[in-house]
Design a protein around this ligand. Structure first.
Ligand SMILES: [Zn+2]
Length: 189
């Protein structure tokens, strides 16, 4: 059995689709990668700053509201003050955080890194990503294998792609990881 790994790499964090007061309509907002920390009296507020792609008006995504400074790790607080790149990415990829703050998610472009399966064998395919986004597994498979929806569905109904049902495939989102088995003993196209 051949084991291969595909890594889905996103070009940017997802965009937040949200009403912009200045544009007076829903527009796409992109993370600026910068935090805003407001220390007022005994409490801290921390946001990740987004900007409307149309007019650059800012929108602050709340991360912490009115927390006591001693309840947050000093190192973490320093990362907020210094606009730590990986921390800002981690929050910008938190789709639940955007959604609970009234934004819709616009998925970014992505690349699928990794080899094509060899023919003549069964392949254990692990698809993985550093960040969890709801990209359709069927879309990843079709893009990388160059298949139409019908061709992909036929591979599943013929039992040549296992660990996923046809019904499952229609709903299945990558989020972080999935492992599939592909029978490559005969050409798949
Ligand atoms: Zn705007």
């Amino acid at each position: 059995m051949q084991q291969i790994v595909w890594v889905v790499q996103y070009s940017t964090p997802p965009l937040a689709l949200k009403y912009c007061k200045k544009c007076q309509k829903k527009t796409e907002h992109a993370s600026s990668g910068r935090f805003r920390v407001n220390a007022q009296g005994k409490y801290l507020d921390i946001w990740l700053i987004y900007k409307c792609k149309n007019c650059r008006t800012t929108w602050n995504l709340p991360l912490y509201s009115r927390i006591k400074p001693e309840s947050i790790d000093n190192r973490l607080l320093e990362q907020f003050y210094s606009n730590d790149v990986s921390l800002a990415l981690q929050y910008a990829f938190s789709t639940w955080l955007l959604q609970t703050n009234g934004a819709e998610i616009v998925l970014p472009d992505y690349q699928i890194l990794g080899p094509h399966p060899d023919s003549g064998t069964t392949v254990e395919l692990q698809i993985t990503s550093r960040y969890s986004l709801p990209v359709k597994v069927s879309q990843i498979l079709r893009e990388k294998l160059g298949l139409s929806s019908r061709e992909l569905e036929k591979l599943i109904t013929d039992g040549r792609i296992q660990n996923i049902s046809l019904k499952g495939l229609k709903k299945c989102k990558l989020n972080q990881e999935i492992t599939l088995y592909i029978d490559m003993s005969t050409p798949y196209k």
